[in-house]
Design a protein around this ligand. Structure first.
Ligand code: 1GP
Length: 247
């Protein structure tokens, strides 16, 4: 697909990606959208506690954001709209409920086809302290302990063998601490899959370390919602780490 190819070409030339997550329920996204094309590689749109008027919001986003892709990050099948460019086609692999591992994506697949959205196949993995956040609660996650990085690595390898091209290590939106550097490192080393890390990343320094440890992409949501101007610093840190990895 076009969007995924573009992500690969940025990875090749810049070594790392930065995604900004916008919550469609956040009424205050205009300040983020004004600057996002300058400081992010994609806007991702989603939330785990239900969305209303996603069509309208996504059309608004697309009116402002023209140079970078808008990728859906659906919390459920109501997180789909034809007005985005692509969708993370996700299995919440470590959920205790088969609805989240396979049924929700199966129900969503037909809608994705009808909407002509580009699917980007991704394993979605909930890591401690995700159970304390909305996605862990809603998704009935059997969370991966931070002290057991090799479990995350095994899931990433499994995802790769299933043919997925991306794995998202998720500590949960607003998590008190992000996925550890060690977990990212062993996951990348064992699996080689493209790794996205999100949840609880609040500073450029932390974003930098996640990329240097082996993440291919960093996602921030909460911190940008509270302070849109932080995007610039996180963007610079991610790109600096990316350049260092390419050397
Ligand atoms: C949530 O990983 C994302 O799905 C972003 O988390 O809101 O903590 O940045 P934050």
């Amino acid at each position: 697909g076009k969007v995924e190819k573009r992500l690969y070409s940025i990875l090749e030339s810049e070594g790392a990606l930065y995604f900004v997550l916008v919550d469609p329920e956040d009424r205050n996204i205009s300040q983020i959208l004004e600057k996002v094309e300058e400081y992010a590689d994609a806007v991702i749109v989603g939330g785990s506690i239900g969305v209303s008027n996603l069509d309208e919001i996504t059309r608004e986003i697309k009116k402002i954001v023209k140079d970078i892709p808008v990728i859906l990050f659906p919390g459920n099948i109501d997180g789909l709209t034809p007005y985005a460019d692509a969708v993370f086609f996700m299995s919440l692999m470590n959920s205790n409920n088969t609805y989240w591992t396979t049924l929700a994506p199966t129900l969503g697949a037909l809608i994705i086809k009808r909407y002509s959205l580009e699917p980007i196949p991704m394993a979605y993995l909930g890591v401690e302290p995700v159970r304390k956040t909305a996605v862990g609660f809603v998704g009935e996650v059997n969370e991966i302990p931070q002290r057991k990085p090799e479990i995350a690595a095994m899931y990433c390898l499994s995802a790769r063998y299933f043919g997925m091209r991306w794995a998202y290590l998720e500590a949960g939106s607003g998590a008190e601490c992000p996925v550890s550097d060690e977990m990212i490192k062993v996951s990348k080393e064992l699996s080689g899959i493209n790794i996205i890390v999100g949840g609880g990343i609040r500073t450029p320094e932390v974003a930098y370390r996640k990329i240097v440890s082996g993440a291919d992409a960093v996602v921030t949501g909460t911190v940008v919602e509270g302070n849109p101007s932080i995007m610039e610093g996180i963007w610079s840190a991610v790109k600096k780490a990316g350049r260092e990895k390419l050397r």
